[in-house]
Design a binder for this molecule. Structure first.
Ligand SMILES: Cc1cc2nc3c(=O)[nH]c(=O)nc-3n(C[C@H](O)[C@H](O)[C@H](O)COP(=O)(O)OP(=O)(O)OC[C@H]3O[C@@H](n4cnc5c(N)ncnc54)[C@H](O)[C@@H]3O)c2cc1C
Length: 302
């Protein structure tokens, strides 16, 4: 029986693995290979890397650190978590494992604009023509020409946030005409954010810009931010009985405990800042709470 099974090896899961392995606990970590961190061409807001670091390089360093303490990642998708009397059964596609606790660190998946296919999406992301996180990299678009794909309250908030970095912000509705109430429209007008109706299509990299068709014709931007929400990968915990908010973010207390005893969550799958540092901090709290919970059940002694 494992002490803890970690599901997800992004910044949250890997941080928890490092902590738990260093607490001399028996852990197992599964990952299905789609960390959002792996999409980061070069992060400049993650403290400690003044020259920046790519998400892939950061993950590789964290894997190496975890391995030094015996925490190896198993490349498998977890398909179910079954609570039992003394812990959980965790299922993958080909096996089942028993564990005293579970940490879910499965993250989220950003919704992408329709028609923005990998042949344009991936190189645009790599070149910073396409961005998903103004908190992370709004600084990099200072005084640039920026498009935001979105509408309603969420689109408005992202456009206004970006207005703090550049005066040239255009909010483009993804599918049809904008869906903005009078309060949103007024706030956008006051901030000088241009509004263009969708649908969007015809995505292409043209020189140093990302181009797309809109209801007002073809437009080109230095960077485009989709602001279309995310799918929260919380279904394993929700099926096991954990409470989530309407968007799917798991509810946790200030020790990262979900509403199911012994089931913890950290990182983007929990409502929060959706940042590497936040994911790491939550994972450190979760790992230490897991350690202390297990110690109360059966003292951890060398
Ligand atoms: C383009 C982009 C740029 C960003 N830039 C920055 C930045 O500069 N600074 C910053 O702080 N943040 C940045 N972020 C945000 C950052 O990537 C996330 O906040 C961070 O990766 C969250 O870590 P996590 O461990 O919670 O989730 P993730 O990194 O998404 O990891 C979750 C892991 O869980 C695995 N998983 C999911 N379901 C299962 C399952 N059923 N079984 C097994 N494994 C599963 C996935 O494969 C994945 O590897 C950026 C995000 C994007 C998309």
């Amino acid at each position: 029986m494992d002490d803890c099974i970690i599901i997800g090896a992004g910044p949250a899961g890997l941080t928890a693995a490092i902590y738990l392995a260093r607490y001399h606990l028996r852990i197992r970590m599964f990952d299905s290979g789609s960390s959002r961190a792996a999409m980061i061409p070069c992060t400049h807001n993650h403290a400690g890397y003044p020259e920046g670091i790519s998400g892939k390089a950061l993950l590789a360093r964290m894997h190496e650190q975890a391995r030094r303490y015996g925490a190896h990642c198993i490349p498998r998708r977890v398909t179910a978590i079954h609570p039992e009397d003394a812990g959980f059964r965790v299922a993958t596609e080909d096996a089942e494992y028993r564990t005293r606790s579970v940490l879910l660190a499965t993250g989220v998946v950003n919704h992408r604009p329709k028609g923005l296919l990998p042949d344009v999406h991936d190189p645009a992301l790599e070149r910073g023509l396409l961005r998903y996180c103004p908190v992370c990299d709004g600084y990099e678009v200072t005084d640039k020409r920026v498009g935001v794909i979105g509408t309603s309250d969420h689109g408005m908030r992202e456009a206004l946030f970006l207005r703090g970095f550049t005066r040239d912000v255009t909010l483009i509705a993804p599918d049809a005409a904008h869906d903005l109430d009078s309060g949103c429209a007024k706030a956008l007008d006051e901030a000088g954010v241009a509004r263009i109706d969708g649908p969007c299509g015809g995505w292409a990299i043209e020189g140093d810009r990302l181009a797309l068709d809109t209801a007002s014709g073809r437009m080109r931007f230095d960077s485009v931010y989709p602001a279309m929400g995310s799918r929260i990968r919380s279904e394993l915990a929700v099926s096991a009985g954990a409470r989530a908010d309407p968007s799917g973010c798991l509810e946790v207390d200030d020790h990262q405990r979900t509403s199911v005893p012994g089931l913890f969550a950290a990182g983007d799958v929990v409502k929060g800042l959706d940042q590497i540092s936040h994911a790491m901090g939550e994972a450190g709290v979760a790992a230490t709470t897991i350690r202390n919970m297990l110690d109360r059940q059966q003292p951890i002694r060398r």
